[in-house]
Design a protein around this ligand. Sequence first.
Ligand code: ACO
Length: 322
Amino acid sequence: MKKYSQILGTGSYLPEKILTNFDLEKIVDTTNEWIVERTGIRRRHIAEKHETALTMGEKAARNAMDAAGITPEEIGMIIVATTTPEKMFPSTACLLQQRFGIAGCPAFDLNSTACAGFMYAFSIADQYIRQGAIKYALVMGSEVMSRIVDWSDRTTCVLFGDGAGAVVLGASNKPGVLSTHLHADGTHKDVLSLDHSIGRPIDVEEELYIKMTGNQLFKLAVNILGDLFDETLEANSMKKSDVDWLVPHQANIRIIQAMAKKLDLPLDRVAITLEDQGNTSSASIPLALDKAVRDGRIQHGNTLLLEGFGGGLAWGSALIKY
Ligand code: ACO
């Protein structure tokens, strides 16, 4: 019998501290109107000093395991997507494993796929489950983006937020994850980068922060994601009208609107957290999914299309019978 992986539980964590656009008006030369009109963002959560990818990730993970009704001992693989890991190594995933008091299962971080990280992690876990190698996987995105933005650069600091989202995937004989699709194109390496490397000396202070050519990335994202939707639906012989929910990476409301239009979906069939959370990089997809699952908008039996894109460029999707 064909094996699938299925989403068994979701969880999230957001720091309590909130930074509004009006707060940002006092920090950089910007306005609430510009930010809302150009991005759709009104506020974002910002980690306190003691909060990290590990502490936030642990809370989201425990939340997801509770929702799935499984214990840490049952987890067969932990993957943490993060551009802001606790340490270079050991991985945030290994540190989580230690906190859960479990040992033995593979645990690793995906550090460099930026906002596409969750889709990469999700796809890897899905392959292992479908092959029958593991029964349950904990897949998450956890980010403290506030620590890698230059708070004097208005073109980036208004966009990002902190948080963690997690999913428990489990083996099933019934259709769950129908397909995943991953891509990358290094020719666009300079459109979005954080050039700091622990393996070479820092030349200039700005290497510590995200650099982005926003308008170029915007156009690339719209084209790339349009093609990705076609590929994902064709692989499953499905039509746009078969998709009940779009769960997109939360980078810009105008990109999300363009993607909803591409799928002929009304915006109330799109899981959107951007207004309150900003762009939380690899955490944004599981955070949006968890919100829509917990408030009852996403129901069992719905067909979900998840998509993410980010630095690399790297991008990916999943089509899921929830
Ligand atoms: N407040 C006021 N003005 C601003 C601000 C700001 N915060 N930021 C930029 N501007 C100005 C610019 O300086 C520019 O001024 P100029 O015309 O005098 O030069 C003007 O606004 C227009 O700038 P653009 O960059 O062309 O504005 P755009 O409409 O493209 O919006 C944005 C910028 C929001 C960044 C948009 O391009 C975008 O969302 N791009 C995609 C980002 C994305 O998808 N990221 C996802 C990946 S993130 C990851 O992987 C970590």
